[in-house]
Design a protein around this ligand. Sequence first.
Ligand code: PRP
Ligand code: ZN
Length: 300
Amino acid sequence: MDHSEQRIKIAVQKTGRLTNHSVDLLERCGLKVTKSKDQLICYGENMPIDLLLVRDDDIPGLVSDDVCDLGIVGLNVVEEKRLQEEQKGSKGMFKQIFELDFGHCRLSIAAPENVPYDGPRSLENTRIATSYVGLLTDYLKKNDINAEPVFFSGAVEIAPKLGRADFICDLVSSGGTLRANGLTEVAELLQSEAVVIQTLAPLGDAKQALVDKIIQRLDGVLKVRDSKYIMLHAPRAALAQIRELLPGSEAPTVMPLEGSDDRIAIHAVCRENVFWETLENLKAAGASSLLVLPVEKMLA
Ligand code: PRP
Ligand code: ZN
Protein backbone atom coordinates (compact mmCIF):
# COMPACT_ATOMS: atom_id res chain seq x y z
CA MET A 1 0.00 0.00 0.00
CA ASP A 2 1.23 3.47 -0.84
CA HIS A 3 1.29 5.32 2.45
CA SER A 4 1.28 8.80 0.92
CA GLU A 5 -2.27 7.97 -0.21
CA GLN A 6 -3.37 7.80 3.42
CA ARG A 7 -2.15 11.28 4.32
CA ILE A 8 -4.47 14.26 4.23
CA LYS A 9 -3.25 17.26 2.26
CA ILE A 10 -4.47 20.71 3.19
CA ALA A 11 -3.80 23.63 0.83
CA VAL A 12 -2.87 26.84 2.64
CA GLN A 13 -1.80 30.27 1.32
CA LYS A 14 2.00 30.42 1.05
CA THR A 15 2.44 34.08 1.93
CA GLY A 16 -0.31 36.56 2.55
CA ARG A 17 -3.02 37.69 4.89
CA LEU A 18 -4.31 34.15 5.54
CA THR A 19 -1.04 32.29 6.13
CA ASN A 20 -0.40 32.78 9.84
CA HIS A 21 -4.05 32.48 10.85
CA SER A 22 -4.43 29.27 8.81
CA VAL A 23 -1.38 27.56 10.30
CA ASP A 24 -2.36 28.76 13.78
CA LEU A 25 -5.86 27.31 13.37
CA LEU A 26 -4.49 23.91 12.37
CA GLU A 27 -2.05 23.96 15.27
CA ARG A 28 -4.99 24.58 17.60
CA CYS A 29 -6.48 21.40 16.14
CA GLY A 30 -3.45 19.58 17.51
CA LEU A 31 -1.31 19.48 14.37
CA LYS A 32 2.44 19.99 14.72
CA VAL A 33 4.26 20.89 11.52
CA THR A 34 7.82 21.72 10.62
CA LYS A 35 7.52 25.22 9.23
CA SER A 36 9.93 26.45 6.63
CA LYS A 37 9.26 29.45 4.46
CA ASP A 38 10.83 28.18 1.26
CA GLN A 39 9.21 24.74 1.50
CA LEU A 40 6.21 23.92 -0.60
CA ILE A 41 5.11 21.21 1.83
CA CYS A 42 5.01 21.24 5.64
CA TYR A 43 4.92 17.70 6.96
CA GLY A 44 2.74 16.96 9.96
CA GLU A 45 4.87 15.47 12.74
CA ASN A 46 2.18 13.98 14.94
CA MET A 47 -0.68 13.38 12.48
CA PRO A 48 -0.76 12.09 8.88
CA ILE A 49 -1.62 15.57 7.63
CA ASP A 50 0.57 17.70 5.37
CA LEU A 51 0.17 21.33 4.39
CA LEU A 52 0.75 22.43 0.82
CA LEU A 53 1.85 26.06 0.79
CA VAL A 54 0.62 27.56 -2.46
CA ARG A 55 -0.74 30.74 -4.07
CA ASP A 56 -4.27 31.37 -2.77
CA ASP A 57 -5.63 31.56 -6.33
CA ASP A 58 -4.51 27.95 -6.90
CA ILE A 59 -6.26 26.53 -3.83
CA PRO A 60 -9.79 25.90 -5.22
CA GLY A 61 -8.26 24.17 -8.26
CA LEU A 62 -6.04 21.93 -6.13
CA VAL A 63 -9.00 20.90 -3.97
CA SER A 64 -11.28 20.53 -6.99
CA ASP A 65 -8.73 18.32 -8.76
CA ASP A 66 -8.32 16.17 -5.64
CA VAL A 67 -4.63 17.07 -5.25
CA CYS A 68 -5.61 18.36 -1.79
CA ASP A 69 -8.42 17.10 0.40
CA LEU A 70 -9.05 20.40 2.18
CA GLY A 71 -8.11 24.02 1.59
CA ILE A 72 -8.19 27.27 3.55
CA VAL A 73 -8.79 30.22 1.25
CA GLY A 74 -10.63 33.52 0.91
CA LEU A 75 -14.26 33.46 -0.17
CA ASN A 76 -13.22 35.94 -2.89
CA VAL A 77 -11.02 33.27 -4.51
CA VAL A 78 -13.67 30.56 -4.01
CA GLU A 79 -16.42 32.65 -5.58
CA GLU A 80 -14.19 33.70 -8.46
CA LYS A 81 -13.37 30.06 -9.22
CA ARG A 82 -17.04 29.07 -8.93
CA LEU A 83 -18.11 31.79 -11.37
CA GLN A 84 -15.29 31.01 -13.81
CA GLU A 85 -16.42 27.35 -13.85
CA GLU A 86 -20.05 28.43 -14.22
CA GLN A 87 -19.20 30.79 -17.07
CA LYS A 88 -17.42 27.81 -18.75
CA GLY A 89 -20.52 25.69 -18.19
CA SER A 90 -18.82 23.39 -15.64
CA LYS A 91 -18.87 23.05 -11.86
CA GLY A 92 -16.09 23.24 -9.24
CA MET A 93 -15.57 19.88 -7.52
CA PHE A 94 -15.42 21.25 -3.99
CA LYS A 95 -17.78 22.29 -1.24
CA GLN A 96 -17.46 25.05 1.32
CA ILE A 97 -17.74 23.79 4.89
CA PHE A 98 -16.73 26.54 7.35
CA GLU A 99 -16.42 30.29 7.57
CA LEU A 100 -13.41 31.17 9.68
CA ASP A 101 -13.93 34.80 10.68
CA PHE A 102 -10.43 35.92 9.72
CA GLY A 103 -8.97 37.39 6.53
CA HIS A 104 -11.87 39.82 6.25
CA CYS A 105 -11.74 42.00 3.15
CA ARG A 106 -14.05 43.10 0.34
CA LEU A 107 -13.95 43.18 -3.42
CA SER A 108 -14.69 46.70 -4.55
CA ILE A 109 -14.60 48.97 -7.54
CA ALA A 110 -12.42 52.05 -7.03
CA ALA A 111 -12.08 55.24 -9.03
CA PRO A 112 -9.11 57.57 -9.54
CA GLU A 113 -9.63 60.96 -7.85
CA ASN A 114 -10.30 62.83 -11.10
CA VAL A 115 -12.86 60.34 -12.43
CA PRO A 116 -16.45 61.22 -11.50
CA TYR A 117 -18.66 58.46 -10.12
CA ASP A 118 -22.38 58.78 -9.69
CA GLY A 119 -23.68 55.24 -9.27
CA PRO A 120 -23.14 52.07 -11.38
CA ARG A 121 -24.25 53.93 -14.57
CA SER A 122 -20.90 55.78 -14.43
CA LEU A 123 -19.21 52.48 -15.31
CA GLU A 124 -21.01 52.31 -18.66
CA ASN A 125 -18.58 51.93 -21.60
CA THR A 126 -15.48 52.02 -19.38
CA ARG A 127 -12.57 49.63 -18.88
CA ILE A 128 -12.14 48.10 -15.42
CA ALA A 129 -8.84 46.46 -14.45
CA THR A 130 -9.15 43.38 -12.22
CA SER A 131 -7.83 39.93 -11.31
CA TYR A 132 -11.46 38.97 -10.60
CA VAL A 133 -12.92 38.84 -14.10
CA GLY A 134 -15.57 36.28 -13.08
CA LEU A 135 -16.94 38.29 -10.16
CA LEU A 136 -16.73 41.58 -12.04
CA THR A 137 -18.48 40.16 -15.12
CA ASP A 138 -21.22 38.79 -12.87
CA TYR A 139 -21.68 42.19 -11.19
CA LEU A 140 -21.80 44.04 -14.52
CA LYS A 141 -24.33 41.56 -15.89
CA LYS A 142 -26.58 41.80 -12.81
CA ASN A 143 -26.52 45.60 -13.00
CA ASP A 144 -27.01 45.58 -16.75
CA ILE A 145 -23.83 47.56 -17.36
CA ASN A 146 -21.80 47.35 -20.51
CA ALA A 147 -18.13 47.70 -19.46
CA GLU A 148 -14.92 45.90 -20.34
CA PRO A 149 -13.03 43.93 -17.69
CA VAL A 150 -9.26 44.16 -18.31
CA PHE A 151 -7.36 41.29 -16.74
CA PHE A 152 -4.38 42.14 -14.51
CA SER A 153 -2.71 39.34 -12.57
CA GLY A 154 -1.32 41.76 -9.96
CA ALA A 155 -0.65 45.47 -9.28
CA VAL A 156 -4.17 46.24 -10.45
CA GLU A 157 -4.04 49.61 -8.68
CA ILE A 158 -1.57 51.06 -11.18
CA ALA A 159 -3.74 50.28 -14.23
CA PRO A 160 -5.42 53.75 -14.38
CA LYS A 161 -2.03 55.52 -14.18
CA LEU A 162 -0.79 53.37 -17.05
CA GLY A 163 -3.84 54.39 -19.08
CA ARG A 164 -4.96 50.77 -19.27
CA ALA A 165 -8.26 51.23 -17.42
CA ASP A 166 -10.70 53.84 -16.12
CA PHE A 167 -11.57 52.02 -12.88
CA ILE A 168 -10.17 49.11 -10.92
CA CYS A 169 -11.90 46.23 -9.13
CA ASP A 170 -9.73 44.73 -6.39
CA LEU A 171 -9.61 43.53 -2.79
CA VAL A 172 -9.68 46.16 -0.09
CA SER A 173 -8.79 45.41 3.49
CA SER A 174 -7.37 48.40 5.36
CA GLY A 175 -7.79 50.63 2.32
CA GLY A 176 -4.09 51.55 2.46
CA THR A 177 -3.32 50.36 -1.07
CA LEU A 178 -6.16 52.44 -2.55
CA ARG A 179 -5.16 55.55 -0.57
CA ALA A 180 -1.52 55.19 -1.61
CA ASN A 181 -2.60 55.14 -5.24
CA GLY A 182 -5.11 58.00 -5.11
CA LEU A 183 -8.11 55.71 -5.58
CA THR A 184 -11.53 55.91 -3.90
CA GLU A 185 -13.80 52.96 -3.25
CA VAL A 186 -17.11 53.48 -5.07
CA ALA A 187 -18.97 50.12 -5.09
CA GLU A 188 -18.70 46.90 -3.08
CA LEU A 189 -19.17 43.60 -4.94
CA LEU A 190 -18.44 40.99 -2.24
CA GLN A 191 -17.60 40.68 1.46
CA SER A 192 -14.94 38.05 2.00
CA GLU A 193 -13.35 36.06 4.81
CA ALA A 194 -11.34 32.85 4.99
CA VAL A 195 -13.32 29.62 4.48
CA VAL A 196 -12.52 25.91 4.52
CA ILE A 197 -13.27 23.98 1.36
CA GLN A 198 -13.34 20.21 0.93
CA THR A 199 -12.95 18.10 -2.19
CA LEU A 200 -16.06 16.38 -3.55
CA ALA A 201 -13.95 13.44 -4.74
CA PRO A 202 -14.75 10.25 -2.80
CA LEU A 203 -12.06 9.46 -0.20
CA GLY A 204 -11.17 5.99 1.06
CA ASP A 205 -12.47 4.98 4.50
CA ALA A 206 -9.21 5.73 6.32
CA LYS A 207 -8.86 9.15 4.73
CA GLN A 208 -12.51 9.96 5.26
CA ALA A 209 -12.16 9.15 8.97
CA LEU A 210 -9.19 11.50 9.21
CA VAL A 211 -10.98 14.30 7.36
CA ASP A 212 -13.99 13.85 9.67
CA LYS A 213 -11.70 14.06 12.68
CA ILE A 214 -9.99 17.25 11.54
CA ILE A 215 -13.39 18.79 10.70
CA GLN A 216 -14.69 17.91 14.18
CA ARG A 217 -11.64 19.50 15.76
CA LEU A 218 -11.97 22.60 13.58
CA ASP A 219 -15.57 22.84 14.68
CA GLY A 220 -14.45 22.58 18.31
CA VAL A 221 -11.77 25.24 17.89
CA LEU A 222 -14.18 27.61 16.13
CA LYS A 223 -16.87 27.11 18.76
CA VAL A 224 -14.63 28.09 21.66
CA ARG A 225 -12.65 30.79 19.88
CA ASP A 226 -14.79 33.56 21.30
CA SER A 227 -15.75 31.66 24.45
CA LYS A 228 -14.64 32.91 27.84
CA TYR A 229 -14.84 31.44 31.32
CA ILE A 230 -16.01 34.10 33.74
CA MET A 231 -15.80 34.00 37.54
CA LEU A 232 -17.24 36.61 39.88
CA HIS A 233 -18.68 37.26 43.31
CA ALA A 234 -22.13 38.82 43.69
CA PRO A 235 -24.97 39.41 46.12
CA ARG A 236 -27.35 36.42 46.01
CA ALA A 237 -30.21 38.84 45.29
CA ALA A 238 -28.50 39.96 42.07
CA LEU A 239 -28.25 36.44 40.54
CA ALA A 240 -31.12 36.85 38.07
CA GLN A 241 -29.85 40.23 36.84
CA ILE A 242 -26.29 38.92 36.52
CA ARG A 243 -27.42 35.90 34.50
CA GLU A 244 -29.09 38.26 32.06
CA LEU A 245 -25.85 40.19 31.64
CA LEU A 246 -23.64 37.16 30.91
CA PRO A 247 -23.34 36.98 27.10
CA GLY A 248 -24.36 33.63 25.55
CA SER A 249 -23.97 31.60 28.72
CA GLU A 250 -25.74 28.39 29.69
CA ALA A 251 -26.61 27.44 33.30
CA PRO A 252 -23.91 28.99 35.51
CA THR A 253 -22.39 27.26 38.52
CA VAL A 254 -23.46 29.04 41.70
CA MET A 255 -21.49 28.43 44.92
CA PRO A 256 -21.79 29.80 48.45
CA LEU A 257 -18.93 31.96 49.67
CA GLU A 258 -17.36 30.79 52.93
CA GLY A 259 -18.26 33.13 55.79
CA SER A 260 -20.90 35.06 53.86
CA ASP A 261 -24.64 34.33 53.75
CA ASP A 262 -25.70 36.81 51.13
CA ARG A 263 -22.79 36.70 48.67
CA ILE A 264 -22.20 33.93 46.15
CA ALA A 265 -19.59 32.92 43.55
CA ILE A 266 -20.78 32.51 39.95
CA HIS A 267 -18.81 30.65 37.29
CA ALA A 268 -20.04 30.49 33.71
CA VAL A 269 -18.88 29.76 30.17
CA CYS A 270 -19.82 32.62 27.86
CA ARG A 271 -20.10 31.65 24.19
CA GLU A 272 -19.35 35.21 23.13
CA ASN A 273 -16.54 37.57 23.85
CA VAL A 274 -16.80 39.37 27.19
CA PHE A 275 -16.14 43.04 26.61
CA TRP A 276 -15.18 45.72 29.12
CA GLU A 277 -18.72 47.12 28.89
CA THR A 278 -20.14 43.79 30.10
CA LEU A 279 -17.75 43.74 33.06
CA GLU A 280 -18.67 47.33 33.92
CA ASN A 281 -22.38 46.43 33.79
CA LEU A 282 -21.79 43.37 35.98
CA LYS A 283 -19.93 45.52 38.48
CA ALA A 284 -22.77 48.03 38.50
CA ALA A 285 -25.14 45.12 39.27
CA GLY A 286 -23.12 44.35 42.38
CA ALA A 287 -20.49 41.90 41.10
CA SER A 288 -16.92 42.02 42.37
CA SER A 289 -13.68 40.00 41.94
CA LEU A 290 -14.39 39.57 38.24
CA LEU A 291 -12.07 37.26 36.34
CA VAL A 292 -12.30 36.38 32.62
CA LEU A 293 -10.28 33.46 31.23
CA PRO A 294 -9.92 32.15 27.65
CA VAL A 295 -11.33 28.71 26.89
CA GLU A 296 -8.82 26.54 25.07
CA LYS A 297 -10.76 23.38 24.24
CA MET A 298 -14.33 22.18 24.61
CA LEU A 299 -15.86 18.82 23.78
CA ALA A 300 -19.57 18.57 24.42
C1 PRP B 1 -4.92 42.67 -1.98
C2 PRP B 1 -5.15 43.73 -3.02
C3 PRP B 1 -4.34 44.91 -2.55
C4 PRP B 1 -4.30 44.72 -1.05
C5 PRP B 1 -5.32 45.62 -0.37
O1 PRP B 1 -3.91 41.82 -2.32
O2 PRP B 1 -4.74 43.30 -4.29
O3 PRP B 1 -3.05 44.85 -3.06
O4 PRP B 1 -4.63 43.37 -0.76
O5 PRP B 1 -5.18 45.60 1.02
P1 PRP B 1 -5.24 46.95 1.86
O6 PRP B 1 -6.60 47.54 1.63
O7 PRP B 1 -5.07 46.49 3.29
O8 PRP B 1 -4.14 47.83 1.41
P2 PRP B 1 -3.55 40.49 -1.47
O9 PRP B 1 -2.62 40.82 -0.37
O10 PRP B 1 -4.79 39.78 -1.09
O11 PRP B 1 -2.70 39.63 -2.46
P3 PRP B 1 -3.15 38.79 -3.74
O12 PRP B 1 -4.40 39.44 -4.29
O13 PRP B 1 -1.98 38.89 -4.62
O14 PRP B 1 -3.40 37.40 -3.26
ZN1 ZN C 1 -3.82 35.95 -4.66
